[in-house]
Design a protein around this ligand. Structure first.
Ligand SMILES: Nc1ncnc2c1ncn2[C@@H]1O[C@H](COP(=O)(O)OP(=O)(O)OP(=O)(O)O)[C@@H](O)[C@H]1O
Ligand SMILES: [Mg+2]
Length: 350
């Protein structure tokens, strides 16, 4: 079609519209499909190999145990009798969204990215989200605890963090990141509190999809997730190919050092400026080679390369000796139970 006959370039007023001087007669674009949040949501449940759809009403949810609290609200266990399902429900105050239009659309678009968890065993299953009583209620699968609590308990009990366990964490998170990369997503908030585990030894990443809105939120403090941010987020000269999934790999490296040593590698940084200096100007953190295996030291070294293009990719890491070494060895469930039982004793609503 020549440009002259192409309707998209034609200056003629479309048929049926009057040409009135001073009036913008451009047809308004159709509204963007939005994920409308209401007091109910539809969920799918697998029953004997068949996928069934159910509607969950907010009023049917029975509030249960407190699971934890983050910067944006509380996470509680909730039981839904009609489906016999128990959810972990994250409550986020909706005023976080009302003040900012762009953030509002981000939360409305949240369903699509969250749904990708369904196809990956290392991502938490997202069921749906509702809007009721001034909160957004995000329904996900329940796990037993998060890695921040688990590793803190290991060191409080004066026992070792086995490299077998660290390798399983490294594998689960890298697998999840690789899955997200293939779906053209990144996580943006990898840290021990967003890595969950249960008594059966499953390790799953949570808070993907919503991390875009939470990490950019005015509520985010430098005390929180910023300690896991990669140098390219601070120094634009480093982000040659943009801010990519390799940023999540840096955060994984920091998290693995933290769970292996029991301390965040930037714990001694002095305030926000000190933290920025540690991330951008200092050499990347390293594990002590006299205390950890060469495979684990090399794995974290490859995650913590300052120039993102030189940092390991997900496939490099999935093929790394530290993963392969333990691939055929199952996680030590007795060890996990011993620590988890102690973690469970601490969880009371503050
Ligand atoms: N699906 C879940 N199953 C079991 N516990 C969970 C689940 N999701 C979250 N938790 C617990 O609730 C806590 C609070 O989670 P939340 O995501 O609100 O904050 P956070 O990740 O700890 O910190 P931040 O708000 O800084 O991101 C987590 O640390 C975890 O222990
Ligand atoms: Mg979280």
């Amino acid at each position: 079609m020549s440009e002259k006959n192409d309707p998209s370039t034609s200056k003629k007023t479309p048929k049926g519209l009057k040409s009135l001087k001073g009036l913008n007669l451009q047809p308004t674009p159709p509204p963007k499909p939005r994920f409308e949040l209401t007091r109910t949501c539809k969920i799918t449940k697998n029953e004997n190999g068949e996928t069934k759809e159910y509607t969950i009403c907010f009023d049917e949810l029975e509030k249960g145990d407190f699971l934890g609290r983050g910067q944006f609200g509380t996470v509680k266990k909730m039981f839904h009798q009609p489906t016999n399902l128990t959810f972990a429900v994250k409550m986020v105050n909706d005023t976080l969204m009302e003040s900012n239009d762009s953030r509002n659309s981000e939360i409305m678009d949240l369903a699509a990215p969250l749904k990708i968890g369904d196809g990956c065993p290392s991502l938490i299953k997202f069921y749906g989200a509702m809007h009721a009583e001034s909160y957004i209620w995000i329904l996900t699968e329940v796990m037993d605890t998060s890695l921040d609590r688990f590793y803190a308990k290991v060191f409080a009990m004066g026992i070792e963090m086995p490299e077998l366990f660290v390798s399983k964490v490294a594998y689960a998170v890298t697998y999840a990141l690789d899955f997200m990369r293939k779906a053209k997503m990144m996580h943006r908030d990898i840290k021990p509190s967003n890595i969950l585990l249960n008594y059966t030894g499953e390790i799953k990443v949570c808070d993907f999809g919503i991390s875009g809105f939470t990490t950019n939120s005015v509520c985010t403090t430098f005390k929180g997730c910023q300690r896991y941010m990669p140098p390219e987020k601070i120094d634009p000269y480093l982000s040659g190919n943009g801010y990519t999934i390799r940023a999540d790999i840096w955060s994984l490296g920091i998290s693995l050092i933290e769970i292996s040593t029991g301390e965040h590698p930037f714990k001694d940084s002095n305030g926000v400026l000190g933290l920025i200096k540690s991330i951008v100007q200092n050499d990347p953190p390293k594990l002590d080679q006299s205390k950890f295996s060469p495979e684990l030291c090399d794995f974290t070294d490859k995650c913590l390369v300052k120039i993102p293009d030189n940092r390991a990719s997900c496939s490099d890491l999935l093929d790394h000796e530290f993963i392969k070494k333990y691939m055929e060895t199952p996680n030590d469930l007795e060890y996990i139970k011993k620590v988890m039982d102690e973690v469970k004793k601490d969880i009371v609503e503050a």
